[in-house]
Design a binder for this molecule. Sequence first.
Ligand SMILES: Cc1cc2nc3c(=O)[nH]c(=O)nc-3n(C[C@H](O)[C@H](O)[C@H](O)COP(=O)(O)OP(=O)(O)OC[C@H]3O[C@@H](n4cnc5c(N)ncnc54)[C@H](O)[C@@H]3O)c2cc1C
Length: 461
Amino acid sequence: MAEPQELATDVVVVGGGLAGVCAATEAADHGADVVLLERQPALGGSTVLSGGFVALADTPMQRRRGITDSADLLYDDLRTVGEERNDERLVRRYADSQALLYDWLTSRGVTFDAVELSAGQSVARSHHTDTPTLIRTLTERAVAAGVTVTTDAPVLRLLRAEANGRVEGVLASIDGTETRVMARRGVVLAAGGFCHGDEMLETFAPRQARALRIGGAGNTGTGLRMAWALGADMRDMGYVKGTFGTHPSAASDKHEILLAFYLGAVIVNREGRRFVDESLSYKTLGDACLDQTDALCYQVFDQTVMDASSPGVPLFDLEALLGRGLVVTADTWADLGAAIDVDGATLGESVERYNRAVAAGVDTEFGRDGLCHHAGELVPLTRPPFYAFPSTTAMLATYCGLRITPDTEVLDVFGEPIEGLYAAGEITGGLHGTAYMTGSSLGKSAVFGRIAGTRAAGAKA
Ligand SMILES: Cc1cc2nc3c(=O)[nH]c(=O)nc-3n(C[C@H](O)[C@H](O)[C@H](O)COP(=O)(O)OP(=O)(O)OC[C@H]3O[C@@H](n4cnc5c(N)ncnc54)[C@H](O)[C@@H]3O)c2cc1C
């Protein structure tokens, strides 16, 4: 059998989503020769399919809009939404580093066009950016900094030095040829999550079997497996959850997600009944939906909620989805029920009970006390026409994985760093804990991607 060919560089980055591109750029900016290997024909991974919301606090954009936020409030919110099961050192590092991220991104030509209130946030801090433009812009900067980007190049294994166990490179398939790409300084794993990894999902998240799957086609968990084979420890594996709010017709390359419940909609099941506090993280709602008949629910709202639509902003553009025929509408609750095959009388009673709770200021049934994460005033659903958006749960991202230090060193099952190996982005666990704040996944990919690239290049982050 032919010997694999061999290449050498300073830093190898595995995966070309946001974490990988940020890591590669930082490593190159710190003087390293960098090779980025991406298994798909193009960079982008789940990043380019995402909603494009980045959780950032105390930014110039928030200040311009009169939103008071801080790193400490972000820290507290992340700890709360993760039910304090997240790693406080990672959360602290994220909260303290994200302020610089806004400037780092905008100075590289990245733009943000909206800031929204979303899951797990006590103030609006989901900064929206167009993700294909984000990846294109950052990739151009990475290439200009000297990074060699190789696509169609799946990494197959991590290579360890026999003498001391240090990770010294990777085995990849480049142009169909097995190639040892040696890394003099370090390897960064930025290979994303495992939303398309059937075996990994079966092992770690069998409850999600009924969830749809949406995400980067290359995200099958191969990077996680390679580190696992070296004894890497993992975090948050028991908390894998799908995201609620996805239209049941979704496919990976075409999907619609709506968060009308954070604008005041209620969620009912096929029986026409509410079953959950709609202001909770959409991850928690995702689990609750999977327990309902056919895992199918409806976001139900009135014209007042429709009027809160944000044109052009993903997840909150109700009018656009109405225009595309994905939102069902009727003048009465009975007719709306008939249109979605839900008992209209039960639906009407559920909404009436909710409206009475809003008027009384207390939702004794499910404890909803705000639009989203205790923030925002509830609105009664009384103004026709009425609307319903069919929704289910989709695995978009797995938000769990390798145990890392705040400096992104990968730890083994005994808590020792695996020398030479760093990880960032969705392949890592620890930041989120039990649930998820909108924008914290893109945020962690960029924050910890930058740190991983810096550390792998041998610099202090
Ligand atoms: C529909 C959707 C909406 C979302 N919305 C948001 C949002 O608004 N805000 C937010 O914070 N998060 C959101 N997320 C989650 C977020 O997009 C991801 O968690 C984040 O982009 C992960 O970035 P990453 O760089 O770690 O991984 P990815 O962007 O997935 O990149 C990983 C890359 O590694 C490659 N790869 C995998 N294995 C190998 C291998 N063996 N060799 C070489 N390459 C490999 C993959 O092909 C992929 O290109 C959303 C996700 C989806 C799917």
